[in-house]
Ligand binder design. Sequence first.
Ligand SMILES: NC(=O)c1ccc[n+]([C@@H]2O[C@H](COP(=O)([O-])OP(=O)(O)OC[C@H]3O[C@@H](n4cnc5c(N)ncnc54)[C@H](O)[C@@H]3O)[C@@H](O)[C@H]2O)c1
Length: 240
Amino acid sequence: MKIALIGYGKMGKEIEKIALSQGHQVVLKIDESTISDFTIENLKKADAAIEFTTPETAVNNILKCFEANVPVVCGTTGWLKHFDEISNLCKDNNQAFFYASNYSIGVNLFFRLNEYLARIMKPYSGYTPSMEEIHHIHKKDAPSGTGITLAEGLIKNHGNLKNWALEENAKEGELPILSKREGEVPGTHTIKYKSACDEITIIHEAYNRKGFAEGAVIAAAWLVGKKGVFGMNDLLGSEK
Ligand SMILES: NC(=O)c1ccc[n+]([C@@H]2O[C@H](COP(=O)([O-])OP(=O)(O)OC[C@H]3O[C@@H](n4cnc5c(N)ncnc54)[C@H](O)[C@@H]3O)[C@@H](O)[C@H]2O)c1
């Protein structure tokens, strides 16, 4: 597969390593210093684009891939208020778009564990749920995209919470999320249910960025030849 890398930062470089080791080619690498190469003509040389940039630039980058008729896998977080608009444009223009707040298989299993735990905790109002996410100090958005997916999964299955909010703003009936920024942490997410007597905790800790990068390359290979809007449940198959 010929890949266009849109965003050549921490994730773009990790994706390049994985892609090359699997025999794929990287035909275009775009970051702020090579933005003049980001043309429709150059994009058309790729079978798929993989986009890991910034919350401010992701939407335009995705639209450019639609314009070039190139399937696009996006991992950038923090732009999701535009998700419906992008989905509609993708479908209306017969394009291919894949989004995941987290491409690692382990995190996607953790999403399912989180939903299962929320379902079994639902009748036990003595247990109060909360979340903590820790990421490196360079991260631009808070809470993390993965944290938001976890919060949505918990709220939908628990049924007794209205919404999520950053811990400092959380009101009664909202899931508090504590976002910590420390050193070079790739991503640690903790869900806790605390009662007066005990607590139940589940944790996912990424050791490095390899799992995210591998998942993004798998998603790109899977997306080629498809049309529509997809996510990790389409790739992994829905929960049995
Ligand atoms: N979905 C996942 O699995 C996953 C995993 C890790 C990180 N992320 C997200 O991916 C994004 C990127 O993370 P990172 O750690 O690589 O960040 P980074 O800051 O290391 O890299 C961002 C890159 O985007 C480039 N860039 C900025 N503006 C651009 C533009 N207009 N066009 C093209 N490139 C541009 C920068 O030059 C830089 O190379 C973040 O939103 C992060 O939260 C997602």
